[in-house]
Write a protein that binds this ligand. Structure first.
Ligand code: 13P
Length: 256
């Protein structure tokens, strides 16, 4: 049975005291919530708070929340001022890292080949990767989104072996739905998720395709999570805004 995941991408939000409060509230709420064996909850705070969040979860003896980084560099060490590496994340016992998020692609010039290098170094360090893909509104209006996503997978992901792919979670995040309040309809999400799974089946095999977790991201909220997650190929969500409050994040997790 493939994993179902709700992951919170906290982006560049919150002060340290707010992060402590949110992490604690979430952990306490999750203690009362039964997570199925194949269900996972991940939080991705800003890099500066990763250690703090790990420490809080250790103090609370939290066994349910996994921690992810929002980014890593393509090299492990060296003269890259301001950057953080997969080796550093591994040394903090961080379990996941995001790669290919559209905000990194748009604001920091990350293209498919940079994303590919990030995937490789993260996997080599034993991290699991949430690989993000998704089209802009212009691409969707031209009806080029199926091919666009196929190219993103082809150029960043499909060099991996079947074995390596086991440590990849795919997140489909249409750019037009991120932070806009406009959510892809369950049918739109399902259509692309099925497309991604079919591409995995063609490139690898049916078992690999069936076992790969594909998340939806883009204005996912407690009010629309149930419908989105009920689609056969939607295995949970990568959540931005609605993960910044414990109750709304829990409201999404409850729909897994
Ligand atoms: P929102 O949920 O705020 O639309 O953000 C989605 C996202 O970018 C998660 O990575």
């Amino acid at each position: 049975m493939r994993k179902k995941i709700v992951a919170g991408n906290w982006k560049m939000n919150k002060t340290q005291s707010e992060i402590i409060e949110l992490t604690t509230a979430l952990s306490v709420a999750l203690q009362k919530h039964e997570l199925a064996d194949n269900h996972e909850v991940i939080i991705c705070p800003s890099l500066v708070y990763l250690s703090k969040v790990k420490d809080i979860l250790a103090i609370l003896a939290d066994k349910k929340i996994k921690v992810g980084s929002q980014n890593c560099h393509t090299q492990n060490f060296g003269a890259y001022t301001g950057e953080v590496s997969a080796a550093m994340l591994k040394s903090l016992d961080v379990q996941y890292v995001l790669a290919g998020h559209s905000e990194r692609r748009t604001y920091f010039g990350e293209n498919n080949s940079i994303v590919k290098a990030k995937l490789d170094i993260a996997l080599a360090q034993g991290l699991q990767v949430i690989f993000c893909c998704g089209e802009s509104l212009t691409i969707r209006e031209k009806e080029a989104h199926f091919d666009f996503i196929a190219t993103q997978l082809e150029e960043s992901l499909f060099h991996l072996t079947k074995e390596e792919l086991k440590n990849i979670v795919i997140a489909y995040e249409p750019i037009w739905a991120i932070g806009t309040g406009v959510t892809a309809s369950p049918e739109q999400a399902e259509e692309i998720h099925a497309h991604i799974r079919a591409l995995l089946g063609k490139k690898y095999d049916e078992t690999t395709a069936e076992n790969t977790t594909i998340l939806y991201g883009g204005s996912c909220k407690p009010t629309n999570a149930a419908q989105l997650f009920s689609q056969p190929n939607v295995d949970g969500g990568l959540i931005g805004g609605a993960s910044l409050k414990a109750d709304s994040f829990m409201g999404i997790i409850e729909n897994l």
